[in-house]
Design a protein around this ligand. Structure first.
Ligand SMILES: O=P(O)(O)OC[C@@H](O)[C@@H](O)c1c[nH]c2ccccc12
Length: 236
């Protein structure tokens, strides 16, 4: 269905991209015995505007996981994988993705630009992940992209703890790409910290582990809402 990913995120009451991921970087199960259908239902019930689906094998993902999620929801889907070719982007669209991960750290700038253009030609939103200023400098067609700061490092296969300050420090550079949609991704587990990132100026957050491990996604989101209204009250 390839629905509008950025539009859905922009109008969401809770701008949380909720992620379906089978395992963490150390191979520990994240679905907690739930099936894909139940996981999608939990996220939809909590008002997710869009979902991320990890098809990357580091995290126990497969293409079939995207097919399964796409069969169960109309929400716009981000395919999270280390995509490196035009063919993979075409395949992502066939499988039902609306947005595709392009990892700046992994791709030479010219390839990143070419894949960004190809994604846009296919009607897919480029979700460009950056981790430092050099990555940000390589972003092409920023105004048409989601630009997401990854708080973890792919060089260590995301096994080391996240650096939550990375996003704040990089935000001015991220904005200078022209993106309408700066996102903070990875390692966000606590609703108060999530609310602070929105306060700091991110338009969306991508959260996998924190929500998959939450006993109740609804309660996590309610705590997020409370933390946001508390900070809105304190700033006037
Ligand atoms: O589970 P976390 O810490 O909330 O992280 C989500 C997401 O950012 C992470 O899964 C991710 C970041 N970069 C990726 C690249 C491929 C697959 C997955 C990812």
């Amino acid at each position: 269905m390839n629905a509008d990913f950025v539009g859905a995120l922009a109008k969401a009451a809770r701008p949380l991209i909720m992620e379906v991921k089978r395992r963490d970087a150390d191979g520990r199960d994240l679905l907690g015995g739930r099936g894909v259908a139940e996981t999608v239902e939990r996220f939809e019930a909590a008002g997710a505007p869009c979902l991320s689906v990890v098809t990357g094998h580091w995290f126990g993902g497969t293409e079939d996981l995207l097919t399964q999620v796409a069969a169960r929801t109309e929400l716009p889907l981000l395919r999270k994988d280390f995509l490196i070719s035009r063919r993979e982007l075409e395949r992502s669209r066939e499988l039902g993705a609306s947005a595709v991960l392009l990892t700046a750290k992994l791709l030479p700038a010219s390839v990143l630009a070419r894949l960004t253009d190809h994604a846009l030609d296919l009607g897919l939103t480029p979700f460009v992940e950056v981790a430092d200023e050099a990555d940000v400098a390589a972003v092409a067609r920023g105004s048409a992209c989601v630009v997401a700061v990854n708080n973890k490092d792919i060089a260590t296969r995301e096994r080391l703890p996240a650096d939550p300050h990375r996003g704040r420090a990089l935000l001015p550079a991220v904005r200078s790409t022209g993106t309408r949609c700066p996102v903070s991704a990875s390692g966000i587990t606590d609703p108060e910290a999530a609310a602070e990132l929105i306060d700091a100026g991110f338009s969306g957050l991508l959260i996998g582990t924190g929500l998959l491990r939450a006993r109740s996604v609804g309660a996590w989101c309610a705590a997020f809402d409370t933390a946001r209204s508390a900070s809105a009250g304190s700033t006037g």
